[in-house]
Design a protein around this ligand. Structure first.
Ligand code: CA
Length: 364
């Protein structure tokens, strides 16, 4: 592909960056209906990692199939072309046309990025989608990523995660002090207020880090993914709930030049494939997390425990304070935080009356 791009010369440069094949040069404002495109998708997940990597594969397949091959997307797992945490930059500069990951990995580049993934004590998956599609969230996300020459999409959700794996019981706030824990995003910021030393490392490196004692604790996703990484062999105590990631959105993002070069029908196909992937990934996670949790307990003897109420209460206080403080630091961050805060207040009332009351009645 690179050699072809060179051969196309200056006139075809924009089309090459956009992944448009030679002989079908993109027209201003979009490509001819006959144009064919070959895109690379870099992901932050190991190739075909359960739920997340397979979700990215399914997304690529859907786009290729729905477009009858006019837009062919090839997926590269973490480390195949670029390391997991360089995917955002690679797509931003056009080395790949598309990426799949989680927005909280990009906190160092964009303060508001984690808020588009999940917020501690924030939204469940259902509420998160409500905010993105009907609460103004998606418009803010697009505005945030535009400065990086990227177009974001909701392309997955993990559902409510677990609090994480610990190599010792967590009974009191003192037990958190000095604990070196893999916990990216805002969860790490908030735990640091309670004395935890947060570390951000990609999922694929978690088992080694936890089993060798490089870190004392780690959160990744939930039972399905954590079982696949063998984290139950690296730590004994598995805590819940995932207060820090109550409904984490997985994202796709597209290089804006590549996006603009697509004809409208292919744009709709990309968008629709992302939405469909979000839907099926959540369904898969929900079904398989429950089965994997049973396996962890019955076959591997994992000690599953709730975080003590006073620790959750302290985390909630720190979460609210952190968001209020962080919002002052950056104008866009302030607008996103305000949007989430307002929408969450509405959701808390409605969810308590509908889902919460129902779930309590069902499990009683
Ligand atoms: Ca997580």
């Amino acid at each position: 592909m690179q050699r072809r791009e060179v051969l196309m010369g200056l006139a075809g440069g924009a089309a090459a960056l956009a992944g448009c094949k030679p002989g079908a040069v993109a027209q201003p404002g979009g490509a001819a209906a006959s144009a064919r495109f070959e895109w690379r998708m870099y992901t932050t997940w190991p190739k075909n990692f359960p739920g997340l990597g397979t979700g990215a594969e399914r997304l690529a397949e859907r786009i290729s199939q729905m477009s009858a091959g006019r837009l062919k997307v090839t997926v590269y797992g973490a480390g195949e072309r670029v390391p997991a945490l360089e995917v955002f930059d690679a797509v931003s500069r056009g080395s790949a046309q598309m990426g799949h990951g989680a927005a909280y990995y990009w906190k160092g580049k964009l303060a508001s990025a984690p808020l588009f993934c999940t917020v501690p004590f924030g939204f469940t998956a259902q509420e998160q989608n409500a905010w993105l599609y009907y609460g103004g969230g998606m418009a803010l996300w697009r505005e945030a990523y535009e400065r990086f020459n990227l177009m974001p999409f909701d392309a997955g959700n993990t559902g409510t995660q677990m609090a994480g794996w610990f190599n010792k019981p967590i009974d009191t706030l003192d037990d958190l002090k000095g604990l070196k824990m893999r916990v990216p995003g805002l969860g790490g910021e908030i735990l640091s207020k309670l004395g935890v030393v947060p570390v951000n490392i990609p999922g694929g490196e978690l088992f080694t880090a936890l089993s060798t004692g490089t870190i004392d604790a780690a959160e990744f996703v939930g039972p399905y993914n954590d079982l696949a990484f063998g984290l139950h062999r690296a730590a004994r105590y598995y805590y819940y709930p995932g207060w820090h990631e109550p409904g984490a959105t997985l994202e796709a993002f597209v290089n804006l030049d590549a996006w603009k070069a697509l004809p409208e029908d292919l744009q709709v196909i990309v968008q629709t494939a992302c939405e469909a992937t979000s839907h099926t990934m959540l369904a898969e996670m929900t079904a398989r997390n429950n089965r994997a949790l049973t396996t962890l307990v019955t076959e591997h003897g994992v000690d599953v425990r709730p975080l003590p109420n006073d620790i959750l209460a302290a985390l909630k206080v720190e979460s609210e304070q952190y968001l209020a403080e962080a919002a002052k630091a950056e104008p866009l961050m302030a607008r996103v935080a305000e949007s989430i805060s307002q929408f969450r207040d509405e959701m808390i009332r409605g969810t308590a009356i509908a889902e919460h009351a129902f779930l309590n009645a069902r499990s009683a």
